[in-house]
Design a protein around this ligand. Structure first.
Ligand SMILES: [Zn+2]
Length: 261
């Protein structure tokens, strides 16, 4: 077993939509993309729902996985036995607000914009050719569309319910969705791969939106509007990450967007 150690002062950059984890009896876990000046981009998984939000600053106790060759990829220490309560392993930094309340520490909007602009120097070919786990790309242009999920069997009823049966707790894994969002983009920087690139979006927030009417194309299509695709006055960046069993295939972990005017 690989030794556990702490990754500290990591900013939560993005969270993927859940997948079912075989080692955990098919319970859902997600991948996080974390970043720090010292470590760069790191992937940690599996992470249950509810521990962290984007832009928060966290410490997390991890180890190297036994069966994942991707750069800077880690699993949570003892997740197999402590899945129900990982609070010993995941700590969100705290801060005191002006009104004296203790709150989770997160980057301010200005800090987010500053960090993203600083990091968004990658192109698809840089990231893929160097087998990097993540890259942040400023697209020259991009478009978003939905595709019918070919892996979803006809009439599949995989929705599971937790105790309180509320819509927020319906368990849906990425592959349970009828529609999957994709982005076609060209990099702004120098890129030796053929343009445009087409990648699936796995951002958790996108699936949270679709899950309320997962089979309605009309509803799911509103994602494109939510992301302000093609709207004036918005800056967009694509955080890409690679797949465990196809390390030269990249998906979009997050579509970072800021209204700047
Ligand atoms: Zn490119």
């Amino acid at each position: 077993m690989n030794e556990c150690f702490w990754l500290r002062n990591m900013t939560v950059m993005g969270q993927g939509a859940p997948n079912s984890i075989r080692k955990l009896g098919k319970q859902q876990g997600r991948c996080l993309c974390l970043w720090s000046e010292e470590r760069g981009f790191c992937r940690i998984y599996p992470v249950p729902y509810g521990y962290v939000r984007d832009w928060e600053i966290i410490d997390v106790e991890v180890r190297k996985p036994n069966d994942d060759g991707r750069e800077n990829s880690f699993v949570i220490c003892e997740y197999e036995t402590e899945w129900k309560n990982l609070s010993k392993r995941i700590h969100v930094h705290k801060t005191t607000t002006k009104t004296g309340k203790v709150a989770n520490k997160a980057l301010s909007r200005n800090e987010q914009i500053e960090l993203i602009r600083k990091l968004a120097k990658d192109t698809f070919s840089d990231v893929r050719n160097n087998k990097r786990s993540f890259g942040l790309i400023k697209p020259e242009k991009f478009d978003m569309f939905l595709e019918k999920n070919k892996e979803k069997a006809e009439g599949q009823a995989t929705l599971g319910y937790t105790e309180d049966n509320s819509i927020d707790n319906i368990i849906m894994n990425q592959n349970d969705y009828a529609w999957l969002p994709y982005i076609k983009y060209s990099c702004l920087g120098k890129c030796s791969s053929k343009h445009p690139h087409t990648s699936k979006v796995v951002e958790w927030g996108a699936y949270q939106w679709m899950r309320t009417h997962p089979n309605s194309e009309e509803h799911c299509k509103k994602l494109i509007k939510n992301y302000h695709v093609g709207e004036e006055g918005y800056e967009h960046y694509l955080l890409i990450g690679n797949l465990r069993f196809h390390i030269s295939t990249y998906v979009i972990v997050k579509v970072v967007r800021f209204k700047v005017k």
